[in-house]
Design a binder for this molecule. Structure first.
Ligand code: FPP
Length: 264
């Protein structure tokens, strides 16, 4: 990378420049998935309502999307609302829905200007109509773009995604349009919300929790997991850069053995 290209990614922050310089751009994770956690704790520690934590979290989303696009990642998926999140108090849920709408309204221009293709992973139909309409507009107006594929996981649950695939395959088998003997991993993958995306190489979780929380259960089979104690609203470009630097130090074996172990 030339100095100009590094600056293009990070500006003049010394620590971030060092991190970018440590990144091997020929081995970037193709798809980064993020479990954004800790908004509530961030707000509580400041004696603020929980929604303020989510609002601050939107800034982190902005920063991470911009960095992922500048680095040239293929895909970024962030877990913004799970099917379990409907159980939260009504004002928190409606506040989150309002933030989603506002995010698309405010960011669509920037997404387009940066060649970012926006998408939703999850049950779009289960969201309130005004939010759904805004999200559909975002999807439609960026559908021809070829840069970063940025997806919000919304009304998403890994188990229900897989249950839906099983049900659809059973219906197709009953109708005779698929032979049960042809049901293989590819047949399942083609029916997932993420069928158009590479599988995540790197899964980031903030706020120190060591759980996958029903997120992309099939897709993260071989993802490297990177956990930080940083609460989501404090997560910025340098944390994503650090995650990528650490990811590149890991040895990915996919159940095999290392090249050196094989030679023994
Ligand atoms: C987890 O923190 C976070 C969520 C359930 C929502 C994430 C949503 C955002 C970052 C804002 C919406 C995003 C966009 C793009 C508009 P938590 O509330 O579970 O935190 P806690 O574990 O500390 O209580």
């Amino acid at each position: 990378m030339t100095r100009a290209q590094v600056l293009e990614v990070v500006g003049d922050d010394r620590d971030e420049q060092t991190l970018v310089a440590a990144i091997d751009f020929s081995r970037l994770p193709r798809h980064v998935a993020v479990i954004m956690d800790g908004n509530g704790r961030w707000a509580r520690s400041r004696h603020l309502p929980r929604l303020e934590g989510h609002r601050a979290g939107v800034e982190s989303v902005r920063s991470v999307v911009e960095t992922a696009a500048r680095l040239g990642l293929q895909a970024l998926t962030v877990y913004a609302f799970s099917t379990e999140n409907w159980k939260r108090p009504t004002d928190e849920v409606s506040g989150l829905m309002g933030l989603l709408k506002l995010y698309i309204r405010r960011e669509l221009k920037t997404l387009r200007a940066n060649n970012i293709k926006f998408g939703v992973v999850g049950g779009l139909d289960g969201l309130p109509k005004d939010v759904r309409d805004e999200l559909r507009r975002g999807i439609h107006e960026t559908s021809k773009l070829s840069g970063l594929q940025f997806s919000l996981a919304l009304n998403y649950s890994g188990r229900s995604e897989l249950t839906d695939v099983a049900r659809r395959l059973a219906i197709e088998a009953r109708a005779g349009t698929i032979d049960p003997m042809d049901i293989d991993e590819k047949a399942i993958e083609r029916r997932l919300f993420t069928a158009h995306l590479p599988e995540p190489d790197l899964l980031i979780r903030t706020s120190g929790e060591l759980r996958v929380s029903n997120f992309l259960l099939w897709q993260i089979a071989y993802a490297e997991i990177w956990v930080t104690d940083v609460l989501w609203p404090d997560f910025r470009r340098r944390h994503l850069l650090q995650a990528i630097v650490d990811f590149q130090k890991r040895e990915r074996r996919y159940g095999g053995i290392t090249a050196s172990a094989g030679k023994a």
